[in-house]
Design a protein around this ligand. Structure first.
Ligand SMILES: Cc1cc2nc3c(=O)[nH]c(=O)nc-3n(C[C@H](O)[C@H](O)[C@H](O)COP(=O)(O)OP(=O)(O)OC[C@H]3O[C@@H](n4cnc5c(N)ncnc54)[C@H](O)[C@@H]3O)c2cc1C
Length: 413
């Protein structure tokens, strides 16, 4: 048994921290996860839409997002919003975002995102075989209310097929065939055959159980204030020893990263979800509403609706207008659901860690080889959890990376 000073400290017990911890344990290292929240708390990793998405090969920073975002700025129920505020960090992030929202960036990121997502999906499958957490490999429906959106998504489907992914353009009849359990008002849609869904809370609970089963340790209610030689220091002043440190604190990672001299451009992208306990209909497949950017995911006997990307600081305050935007869109496309059905359903809010180019940060801190950053997964943190964990473990034990992640270097800005 090695001593405390030889273990790996993982800062953050969200999906990225837990997947990293599990992979590190499987690679033979001792691990302690330090999480400031309580066990089973409400991090971004718990209330998300639960989708595993090889279909998402386009990063958040893309040309269409800027034009669409500008149109949505003045609509209080829109799915995308930037809260105007005087902040140098926000200004720098916004500038970097605009610089990266190009067709060239989208093209050069597509293969990497596809490879990461496909490898993660494979790993999800392996994890499910080791013990079920309810992974559903049924694909995802991208539903389009208008012919115009169907045409746009049809082009995306063509691009997906060009990358070797399964993407089928469906008319109304085909949609009904794929999911007879739910009424949909849509001009058509795309079936992304390799996408999957799961209940993220159940997945996280399973990971925590497996980490303990592998001899790992989890400590809750302890906030890491900074990294120092030979470990980390907690907000309480306590020092915790460890040889390597993995920074997986989601949207808050830049605060800890500052202690090792790393300035990590990051904004929190707030999103909401509403989980209905006794839904009018229970779909078989998860779906995304193309126009409204609202998702619907069956989770056991429940259904979760989610959406919105608000770039507006680290507050978890809920905007009732934007939640109403989610409800209205859901009821429009799934007519069996009525606005009254949402009365009493408490909105959950989570902060996505968003880098300015829409790609994760994954790698060693320049000049601090024992500190690894794993964050910035934006809309894909659940989906990319297992592959991120695997790559973190490879970095720590010194194995060759199974996917070339040079583009994700933490000092790239
Ligand atoms: C509405 C919504 C829907 C989404 N849907 C999907 C989806 O379908 N598929 C998908 O792939 N992704 C989805 N996402 C994105 C996904 O949820 C995130 O990318 C992912 O959860 C990020 O995981 P994380 O572990 O990096 O961060 P978090 O889940 O935020 O975890 C970070 C943890 O670190 C802890 N922490 C922070 N600082 C410290 C510190 N100093 N000391 C100790 N602990 C600390 C925090 O308390 C937290 O528990 C969605 C997000 C939202 C908001």
């Amino acid at each position: 048994m090695s001593s405390e000073k030889d273990r790996v400290l993982v800062v953050g017990g969200g999906v990225i921290g837990l997947c990293s911890a599990y992979s590190l344990l499987r690679a033979g290292r001792e691990v302690l996860v330090l999480e400031r929240d309580v066990e089973g708390g409400d991090s971004c990793s718990t209330g998300n839409a639960g989708m595993v998405v090889p279909s998402h090969f386009v990063p958040l920073a893309a040309p269409g997002v800027v034009t669409q975002g500008l149109r949505w700025l003045f609509d209080a129920e829109s799915p995308f919003w930037v809260r105007p505020r005087l902040s140098l960090e926000l200004a720098r992030w916004g500038w970097l975002f605009l610089r990266n929202a190009t067709e060239k960036h989208v093209r050069s990121s597509a293969t990497l995102l596809r490879d990461l997502n496909l490898e993660s999906r494979r790993l999800f499958g392996e994890l499910e075989e080791e013990g079920s957490f309810g992974l559903q490999k049924r694909g995802l429906l991208m539903l389009c209310e208008t012919e115009k959106m169907l045409e746009e998504e049809g082009k995306m489907a063509e691009r997906a097929r060009g990358l070797g992914l399964v993407a089928e353009v469906c008319d109304g009849e085909r949609l009904k065939e794929l999911d007879p359990e739910i009424e949909m008002k849509a001009a058509g849609g795309i079936w992304h055959g390799q996408d999957c869904h799961l209940d993220p809370r159940r997945f996280l609970a399973e990971l925590r159980k497996r980490i303990l089963g592998e001899g790992g340790e989890l400590r809750f209610g302890c906030e890491v204030a900074g990294v120092e030689d030979g470990g980390v220091v907690l907000r309480s002043g306590e020092k915790v020893k460890g040889r390597e440190i993995v920074l997986a604190g989601g949207a808050w990672t830049p605060e800890v990263a500052r202690s090792v001299g790393l300035r990590l451009p990051m904004q929190a992208g707030k999103g909401y979800s509403l989980t209905m306990k006794a839904p009018a209909q229970l779909p078989r497949l998860c779906s995304i509403l193309g126009e409204a950017k609202v998702t619907m995911t069956p989770m056991g006997s429940q259904v979760r609706f989610a959406g919105t990307m608000e770039i507006g600081g680290n507050s978890l305050k809920v905007s009732p207008r934007r939640v109403l935007g989610i409800v209205k869109s859901a009821c429009r496309v799934f007519p069996q659901f009525k606005q009254e059905d949402f009365v009493g359903v408490k909105p959950w809010a989570g902060l996505r860690p968003c880098s300015p180019d829409g790609l994760p940060y994954l790698g060693k801190v320049p000049g601090r080889e024992n500190v690894i950053v794993a964050t910035g997964h934006s809309m894909m943190g659940l989906s990319l959890g297992p592959v991120t964990g695997k790559l973190v473990a490879e970095m720590v034990v010194g194995d060759e990376a199974s996917v070339d992640v040079g583009k994700l270097a933490v000092g790239r800005f």
